[in-house]
Design a protein around this ligand. Structure first.
Ligand code: AP5
Length: 237
């Protein structure tokens, strides 16, 4: 167990640690919903996409390992994604659990997560699958705008507009398009990332913790459906 000042125990001190996984195609609304659930449940929102983008921006070792993959719309190697999440789950704020957004993305990552959690006698309590038809994803991603200060503040020019055009409601900073939302990268992400996602869905269906939720409804309704799914997962678990 870790004892440094910046890291905390993986164990939960008497209370069940809540590890919630968000699954969905690129643009399905995982990030939007993970941010809302994080506020409602008091658990950190852990987005591997965001961790990789900051690593690339900071030009650190992880950034050097993942840059080419993220820019090409491909998945980064499993071992890098697993290491990043393992480290993140040892941070103090994840002691009571976390909402994992965009991880696991392959069956190997799902197995590695199970093993990582089992070492601390934990498990995934719910895998929430935000389901959106593939043909709707492109419109969501081309209209997406993110905050220049924190790209977890996400908007859409039509469906989820900011109060003031082009400005983040939370930071007051300008919005921008994500680099990987350019049409060519977008096409590759959808082409390369859907098949492994279905394997992850099968993995959690087999474990009995998969909760599909319709993502093609207004964001507030999706949040309510996810909260109901979590309540159901607690009754079952
Ligand atoms: P990542 O950042 O995880 O990107 P992604 O999975 O492609 O997901 P997105 O962030 O694009 O979409 P989202 O589902 O969060 O949707 P959002 O809420 O923004 O990963 C980026 C890259 O990192 C990957 O391509 C890969 O290279 C790498 N990577 C990350 N994790 C990895 C891993 N584990 N292994 C390997 N590689 C990894 O919503 C989209 C838009 O829709 C927004 O504009 C939003 O405002 C709007 N919207 C949301 N909800 C609704 C609604 N209900 N109705 C209408 N519009 C809505």
């Amino acid at each position: 167990m870790t004892t440094s000042a910046t890291e905390g125990p993986v164990t939960k001190g008497g209370q069940e640690r809540r590890i919630i996984v968000m699954i969905g195609a690129p643009g399905a609304g995982k990030g939007t919903q993970a941010e809302r659930l994080s506020g409602r449940l008091g658990l950190p929102h852990v987005s591997t996409g965001k961790l990789f983008r900051s690593a690339v921006r900071n030009e650190n070792e992880i950034g050097a390992q993942v840059r080419a993959y993220v820019e090409a719309g491909s998945l980064v190697p499993d071992e890098v994604a697993v290491k990043v999440v393992d480290d993140r789950l040892h941070e103090v704020d994840a002691g009571a659990g976390a909402i994992l957004d965009g991880f696991p993305r392959t069956r190997n990552q799902a197995v590695a997560l199970d093993e990582m959690l089992a070492r601390a006698d934990d498990r995934v309590c719910a895998a929430l699958y935000v389901e959106v038809a593939t043909e709707d994803l492109v419109a969501r991603l081309t209209g997406r705008r993110v905050c220049t200060i924190d790209d977890q503040h996400v908007y859409h020019i039509v469906t989820v507009p900011p109060r003031q055009d082009g400005i983040c409601d939370i930071e007051g900073a300008p919005l921008r398009q994500r680099e990987d939302d350019q049409p060519e990268t977008l096409r590759k992400r959808l082409e390369r990332q859907l098949a492994p996602m279905y394997e992850v869905i099968d993995h959690y269906a087999d474990s009995g913790v998969l909760f599909p939720v319709r993502g093609d409804q207004p964001a507030d309704k999706v949040t309510e459906a996810l909260l109901q799914a979590l309540a159901a997962s607690e009754r079952i678990g």
